[in-house]
Design a protein around this ligand. Structure first.
Ligand SMILES: NC(=O)c1ccc[n+]([C@@H]2O[C@H](COP(=O)([O-])OP(=O)(O)OC[C@H]3O[C@@H](n4cnc5c(N)ncnc54)[C@H](OP(=O)(O)O)[C@@H]3O)[C@@H](O)[C@H]2O)c1
Length: 304
């Protein structure tokens, strides 16, 4: 196994499969991105998703609602997209204004168009190991383990963070009774005691807490595999802004058997997985349903 677990080859392998499925089934995948307000960080992220569409022979349309829009306005927009056969996938840019009820809005998305896997039906399917849409960031971790052939069966995987978008779905995926899972999983959070000792016991440590360079060498076992989901802004010495993960890359590198970089690691894969979900939703609309394992086999059989 190589030491630096880059996301780029995985993203390219996923993109290749998306494009070949589009050609094979003559698909016309279209995503609707809904943004409420004009927060610059959200706009930047949304634009980066839109930019990727044409490289993948997909369409991505942005619908921006004013920051003053009501929850009813947003729900009306979602329901119109649910009913529009030309739109296969819906992505709602978060965070939403505080006045809106996130959970209720997630439930308004048609589960078959839920390419960000926010609907409770898709999250619930993860729990009972049924095929549905996978949330992109946990899936990016899962694909990384699979691509780099990292053994997970019986391994102790410690996840830092228990959010609904990363930590909790990921923990449940790693418990699946499948070759790339079957792990013993510990999930830690801000109330966990003896955090460093638990982390030091991990064969594979996954950090998703949103705290820059939080994990230091004192929390890492010699030979552990470190996967960093965190993306945090950090001022560089020259005053410019760069990005670092939740793991202190430089000080943990020598202890790790392998480590993902930030940027260029897990985050590099997520947009490709969003488009793969869009292709999946277009296939579902044509009554063609491929399982998670079928997608994984398509992606990894050619690339290993
Ligand atoms: N790579 C990507 O594409 C991608 C996508 C999504 C998120 N992210 C990044 O991943 C990180 C996590 O995102 P998120 O949305 O899951 O964050 P979140 O919703 O803020 O959740 C953070 C989790 O970390 C826990 N936590 C916070 N401080 C802690 C501490 N000192 N010790 C132990 N646990 C602590 C919290 O515990 P409590 O539950 O007790 O509060 C919570 O469970 C962020 O850096 C985010 O930018 C990356």
């Amino acid at each position: 196994m190589q030491k630096l677990l880059k996301g780029k080859p995985i993203a390219l392998a996923i993109n290749k499969v998306s494009k070949s499925l589009i050609a094979e089934y003559n698909l016309d995948p279209k995503m609707l991105l809904i943004q409420v307000g004009d927060d610059p960080a959200s706009s930047y992220y949304v634009q980066s998703i839109i930019k990727m569409a044409e490289h993948l022979d997909c369409k991505a349309e942005l619908l921006t609602l004013s920051a003053k829009s009501s929850q009813q306005d947003l729900i009306k927009t979602i329901k119109e997209a649910n009913a529009d056969p030309a739109i296969h996938g819906i992505m709602i840019q978060k965070p939403l204004p505080k006045s809106m009820d996130d959970s209720y809005i997630n439930m308004c998305i048609n589960p078959d168009k839920d390419i960000d896997a926010l609907h409770p039906l898709n999250l619930g399917k993860i729990l009972i190991e049924e095929d549905g849409f996978l949330p992109n960031t946990p899936a990016a971790v899962y694909y990384t383990l699979k691509y780099y052939q990292i053994e997970t069966i019986g391994k102790h995987i410690v996840i830092l963070g228990r959010s609904n978008v990363v930590g909790k779905p990921l923990a449940n995926m790693l418990l699946w009774k499948r070759p790339s899972a079957n792990a013993t999983v510990t999930v830690c959070h801000s109330r966990t005691t003896n955090l460093a000792a638990i982390c030091k016991n991990a064969d594979i440590l996954i950090a998703a807490i949103g705290k820059a360079e939080f994990v230091g060498p004192d929390m890492v076992r010699d030979g552990a595999i470190l996967l960093d989901v965190g993306i945090n802004e950090k001022k560089k010495d020259d005053g410019s802004i760069g990005y670092v993960g939740d793991i202190d890359f430089n000080s943990c590198y020598s202890k790790a058997a392998a480590i993902t970089p930030v940027p260029g690691g897990i985050g590099r894969i997520t947009t490709s997985l969003l488009y793969l979900n869009l292709v999946k939703s277009n296939l579902i609309a044509k009554n063609i349903n491929k399982t998670i394992d079928e997608y994984l086999n398509m992606i990894f059989s050619e690339n290993q």
